[in-house]
Design a binder for this molecule. Sequence first.
Ligand code: PEP
Ligand code: MN
Length: 339
Amino acid sequence: MIVMTPGASEAEVEAVKDRLATTGVHVVVLPGELTTAIGAIGDPEGVRELGLEGMRGVDRVVPISRPYKLASSELYHHEPTVVEVAGRRVGGGKTFALIAGPCTVESREQTLEVARAVAAAGASMLRGGAFKPRTSPFAFQGLGRPALEILAEARAETGLPIVTELLDANHADAIAEHADVVQIGARNMQNYALLEVAGKLGRPVLLKRGLSSSLEELLQAADYVLKEGNEQVMLCERGIRTFETATRFTLDLGAVPWLKLHTHLPVIVDPSHAAGDRRLVEPLSRAAAAVGADGILVEVAEDPEAALCDGPQALYASSFADYARDVAAHASLLGKTLA
Ligand code: PEP
Ligand code: MN
């Protein structure tokens, strides 16, 4: 939309129309009482390149179309996308995915114990990091490839599909071999080369929102995966940086209904990394279900005090069944059953 200044002459309006016509966009003139606006319908990039702001009589150029394309609910999709992982359906409004497990695979026993506990409680998938994005290079970085073997064993025993993070394009083959869902961590949401690699793996992708990323940036990051021909993308709100330091991050619950309006992709909430404190995880999970999330990604440990990573936010495996019942009850208020 090109908004003219109040004093713009007819000749100036005509000059703008003529320049727009060179790009082949459809032009509509909307005369108003004070100002005239000119609508340009078509390729926004072509219009941007015209440099209309510099023309006589032009006040401003206001983009109306969204910067995200493939992720948008407007342009190409009308139906919500349903991501299918080994028979579990995520998205579409009928199911609720409970993705649970340790922050990090630390050992075979630790991982199998948590996997058994969450499977018995009705979890939909098992999460667990093999390659960990740690703030300090001196912190435990994950077991790496051996962790993928442990996760594969947990899947074989429990039947739960595996969600694990792709941290580095060099690990892509190993991750594709073992993961049912490829997680892109918050710190890599804008690692565009990695997003393209993830998009080519042929596995569903769980894309976490960056610590300080806007929702428009999240959807444009999703476009990087979608443009590789992979439509199986889930978004994850995991808390953002705000002035508030009482919680580890601020869980942006408003993001969930906003994303539901603007994208066809399923939306998952991670209350664990947002809260940083297990006592907040259950109430935030209820809230996530109530605002329409398609599922939850939650950390669980047998012995959180001994965990090498994110222990304070991990639910006790021994109380996970009660938690799962509570979350399922809240999801059922919106007509959803555990995936
Ligand atoms: C995780 O899920 O373990 C993780 C590292 O999360 P985030 O990328 O959201 O910090
Ligand atoms: Mn973690």
